[in-house]
Design a protein around this ligand. Structure first.
Ligand code: G4F
Length: 305
């Protein structure tokens, strides 16, 4: 999702865009679509240090956006080892390869609001980090590595602590796409119910198309600086269901059931970004509200399912 919107943005600014793409046996339409704006696909994997070194040795990049991750929080509880390897060792590989072969590159690292855990909302850049999942821990370690490399080796390396960001092409396991997909399928009489986990968790949801603008702006900033990026608003999963089903004149309570299988061993209860520095120091602001985000997701789903 983020790679797609970022490549689209960079192409609109006349960049040449290369994408590091993991080899995959299958080719399905949605996966292919995300490559639409790439000038070149470079086969590779962030867990493979040798390949990264070779890539940075052979190309003279100006900017690097490190978005590669095992980004599904629930999966990190069932597979913490690969989460750690991809998210933390992967970031270390990128940093080491840049340090040795491309020390003048500007690096953006995708950090996450999951790093805050249950610290009280709103969360800001100086809020303590208390992650509640192997995913959050892996992202926090990567965040600290980026900071450490910036300070130790004078690299232009910074992290965006991004709150949840969604879009029509969000992965289907994430709760927003799952809800939108189900509401459309129910309206089209292809599905009868939707099983979810914790409806009371609250998230600060923005549109990925807005958030890639912030990534780009961070790399144009005079000094490498970490920023919190969100909308500053928070809503529950229940609210998201209510607005989505309401779009079709349906009451979500008639279709949504709570199933313990979707509960996590530990939950992050409420995320809400303090976006003052993003507004005033970075000059970025979101253009979407939760309702326009949901409308965009519904339109796509309705036309493509
Ligand atoms: O959509 P989610 O899976 O996203 P989550 O866990 O907040 O993580 C996302 O945002 C992070 C930024 O804060 C990113 F770093 C991360 O990579 C990812 O993009 O779940 C959102 C909430 C959770 O509280 C979860 O418990 O929805 C709750 N939920 C309730 N029922 C469910 C479900 N989540 C999923 N995926 N599926 C359910 O059925």
């Amino acid at each position: 999702q983020d790679g797609y919107y970022l490549a689209k943005l960079l192409k609109s600014k006349n960049y040449t865009v290369h994408g590091l793409v993991r080899r995959s046996a299958g080719r399905h339409a949605e996966r292919e679509r995300v490559f639409e704006y790439l000038d070149e696909r470079i086969a590779g994997d962030v867990t493979d240090f040798g390949t990264l070194c070779r890539i940075f040795e052979q190309h003279d990049y100006d900017e690097v956006y490190h978005l590669a991750a095992q980004s599904f929080v629930a999966e990190s509880f069932s597979d913490p080892f690969s989460t750690w390897k991809i998210n933390t060792v992967g970031t270390l590989n990128v940093l080491e390869a840049i340090r040795h072969f491309a020390p003048n590159v500007r690096l953006y690292n995708a950090a996450s609001s999951e790093m805050f855990g249950n610290e009280p909302a709103p969360q800001a850049i100086n809020t303590p980090f208390m992650p509640r999942s192997p995913y959050g821990v892996s992202k926090l370690a990567a965040y600290q590595l980026v900071k450490n490399y910036r300070e130790s080796y004078n690299l232009y390396a910074c992290s965006g602590i991004l709150f949840n960001h969604e879009s029509p092409i969000r992965g289907e396991q994430f709760v927003t796409r799952k809800i939108v997909k189900a509401a459309v399928a129910i309206k089209k009489k292809r599905q009868k119910e939707l099983r979810l986990g914790n409806l009371n968790a609250m998230r600060d949801w923005g549109h990925a198309e807005d958030y890639v603008q912030a990534m780009h702006m961070m790399l144009q900033h005079a000094r490498p600086t970490d920023f919190v990026i969100g909308t500053g608003k928070t809503y529950s999963i229940r609210d998201f269901c209510l607005y989505t089903f309401d779009h079709f004149g349906m009451n979500y309570e008639n279709y949504v059931t709570v199933s313990p299988e979707y509960y996590r061993p530990a939950e992050v209860n409420q995320l809400q970004a303090d976006i003052q520095p993003a507004l005033f120091d970075l000059g970025w602001q979101p253009t979407h509200t939760l309702k326009t985000l949901i409308a965009d997701m519904i339109t796509y789903e309705w036309n493509n399912s």
